[in-house]
Design a protein around this ligand. Structure first.
Ligand code: 13P
Length: 340
């Protein structure tokens, strides 16, 4: 284990007010998003889409690391350059999603447990050899009638910690993503309570599994009311409770927290991240950053639509969202930055 190098990478991932770009949608998820826009769903369109993303000029001004999917890390640009090389040449650190998906949890109706530990050590060694320097694993915590259960929270936290220990052993920074889902009618207070319990359990398990917290990045949800909750709090209220929750549960030694967007619009995700940094940045022990997929990619995907002619406009839209989030990291984002 090369701990100094891992810690250096973790710090680099949250340095200079940059953030992460999650472009690691599994094939079924990517195909679903393509289908919604009438884009053909095959290996070549997924490759072409990812080429559009990684060749966006200036992306490295806002993005420190890009999370890839197994198919993408093995693909090349049309000119034959591997995506890994293209990303490295652009000054961005390549990462890789390594979980194999959230599956129904036995004995726990409606709850999920993320799989992928079997054979993980060998897969991590291969990804490291290919050039990946960090990895991602997402656990999914569903909120509903009397769920999440303690059993689900503990099983997912234990799995995240085992994954993180294997990552550090292999020289990769683990991105730890315990996502409390936004689906449902739960309140902001319920999301707070569940997120706090999940994070405490995750960090307890990380300690048990001897994971070095200086060499990891936490990728949590923001504390928000469920999408179907009638009461939707303001941007500032969400910022306040999210930071309050994180301060209670995340050790100060963690270098950075990079939020998932979870289905929020790009503008709302930027505004909430911005409000957290405006109100708290100078007082926080860790960097508050982003690791968005939809909140960076969605407008670009809607413009691209699978057509080469749309690439320049799609790249502008992608850069715009990445740049807005860089400004949000500094607490300098303003809604007037949005293109009409
Ligand atoms: P969203 O930002 O679209 O929630 O995706 C983040 C992610 O990487 C989910 O694993």
């Amino acid at each position: 284990m090369n701990l100094p190098e891992i810690i250096k990478t973790a710090k680099a991932l949250v340095a200079d007010d940059k953030g992460l770009l999650a472009m690691d949608e599994s094939n079924p998820t990517c195909n679903r998003r393509f289908a919604a826009l009438g884009i053909p769903q095959n290996e070549e369109t997924r490759r072409a889409y990812r080429e559009m993303i990684v060749t966006t000029k200036g992306l490295c001004k806002c993005i420190s690391g890009a999370i890839l999917y197994d198919e993408t890390i093995r693909q090349q640009k049309k000119d034959g350059t591997s995506f890994i090389k293209a990303i490295n040449d652009a000054g961005i650190i390549p990462g890789i999603k390594v979980d194999t998906g959230a599956k129904d949890m036995a004995g726990h109706p409606k709850e999920k447990i993320t799989e992928g530990l079997d054979g993980l050590r060998d897969r991590l060694a291969e990804y490291f050899k290919m050039g990946a320097r960090f990895a991602k694993w997402r656990s999914m915590i569903v909120v509903g009638d009397r769920i999440p259960s303690r059993g689900c929270i503990e099983a997912n936290a234990h799995t995240l910690a085992r994954y993180a220990a294997l990552c550090q052993e292999s020289g990769l920074v683990p991105i730890i993503e315990p996502e409390v889902l936004m689906d449902g009618a739960h309140t902001l207070e319920q999301c707070f309570e569940i997120t706090e319990e999940v994070l405490h359990t995750v960090f307890h398990q990380l300690f048990r599994q001897r994971v070095t917290v200086e060499g990891l990045i936490l990728k949590p949800n923001m504390v928000v009311p469920g999408l179907a909750c009638p009461k939707q709090e303001s941007v500032d209220e969400v910022a306040d409770v999210t930071v309050e929750c994180l301060l209670r549960a995340v050790p100060a030694a963690v270098p950075g927290i990079t939020f998932l967007s979870g289905g929020q619009s790009g503008e709302l995700a930027s505004a909430r991240l911005n409000a957290m940094n405006v109100r708290f940045k100078s007082r926080l022990p860790w960097a508050l950053s982003f690791s968005f997929a939809r909140a960076i990619q969605q407008p670009a995907l809607e413009i691209w639509k699978g057509e080469d002619a749309n690439i320049p406009a799609a790249q502008l839209a992608l850069y715009h969202r990445a740049n807005c989030n860089r400004f949000a990291r500094r607490g300098e984002y303003n809604v007037t930055m949005e293109i009409n």
